[in-house]
Design a protein around this ligand. Sequence first.
Ligand code: TRP
Ligand code: SF4
Length: 420
Amino acid sequence: MITPWEVEGVVDYRRLLEEFGISPFQDLLSAIPNPHRLMTRGVIFGHRDYGRIIEAMKYCKDFAVMSGFMPSGAIHFGHKMTMDEIIWHQKIGAKAFVAIADMEAHLVRGLSYEKTKEIGMNYVKSIIALGLEKNALIYFQSKNVNVKNLAYELSAEVNLNEMRAIYGFTGETQIAKAFVSLIQSADILQPQLSDFNGPKPVVVPVGVDQDPHLRLTRDLASRINLFSLEKINKGYRIRSKIEKNLDRVAKLGFEFRRFAGHIDLFGSHEEIEKALRDLEIELGGYAFISPSSIYHKFTTGLTGGKMSSSKPESYISLLDEPEVAVKKLRNALTGGRNTAEEQRKLGGEPEKCVVFELYIYHLVESDEELKRIEEDCRSGKMLCGACKKLASELIVEFLKEHKERRDEAEGKLGDFNLIC
Ligand code: TRP
Ligand code: SF4
């Protein structure tokens, strides 16, 4: 039985979790104070180390949220989902970072920087229109010196064999692909630079297709650090790339045992971590905390299959005129039956319906209303025509409001920390 809280394709997503060692998000749900609807409805299905973020929320510690958008085409509801996640985390206290991946769009998709600027600014306006607040950093990768410098440093920590294992690169792969991957790792680690108050938990909301970047970044983060920590009974085993750093570790005031090549410290894990981080910063290191991530399900294209920015009929853009959106919705694939009569008898199949997916992901905030729609669909009481009419009304309302908010956002751009 599939409910709005366990939507389509569950089996495949489970397999994905197992294959890549991503943890199920479900297990953390009860620990999150006021979870977002994407969380309670199972749209966000997996995570890495999100416990760190919950901890930071709970104890009001410094933490950040960051994600990026490639300015290569229309902004659609798939992008809105990531934007909603960034905004939600900002509202509960995260410092927000938004990357406009113009270097990636330029190098991988071949767009001119003039074009990526134009498209990128549309993303910026939309995320502000959706509710991003002023204390965020929004930047175009190509204009961010910190990110470019950090990517250069990170390049010393990975070799081509590892890139091949993670991304499936071959001998023919352009180095540009490796380059943009390192830029993305730098995007993810930037919130922990001293310009932004140093190491902190960072959560990256993304589609699961971005997981390779997260795996690479997590490796790079620990490799570039001066110290590595391995949990042992009642403490940590500490190693360092530079052996003499361990002499400093011995003087941190913890009970210790020194060996050739490592030192064991005994005491509270949290206190040792903090002391090591402070020491590493003092010694000029980064002391990065491994970034966390959350994974949402893909948005289905309106005509079935994957949503693609090269197929306008497969998505509704946040910039579509209402009439255009309504027309696309009219042609959308539903979970309805061949004839009205059949549907009255058998009911619809919301789990196969992209209109219902829109309700779950974006259009219906109230769980009760969502449940009612689902029941009316399943029982055959409501047919797809009427249902699409309701969805059209909700979409049109949203698009009109979004357009107004975007116009307002234009005037507010100057208040934002914008590197462009
Ligand atoms: N590569 C991402 C995409 O294609 C965009 C992106 C750039 C990103 N930098 C990022 C995503 C940092 C997450 C974190 O959509
Ligand atoms: Fe989808 Fe609505 Fe038709 Fe059900 S009634 S299949 S939810 S469009």
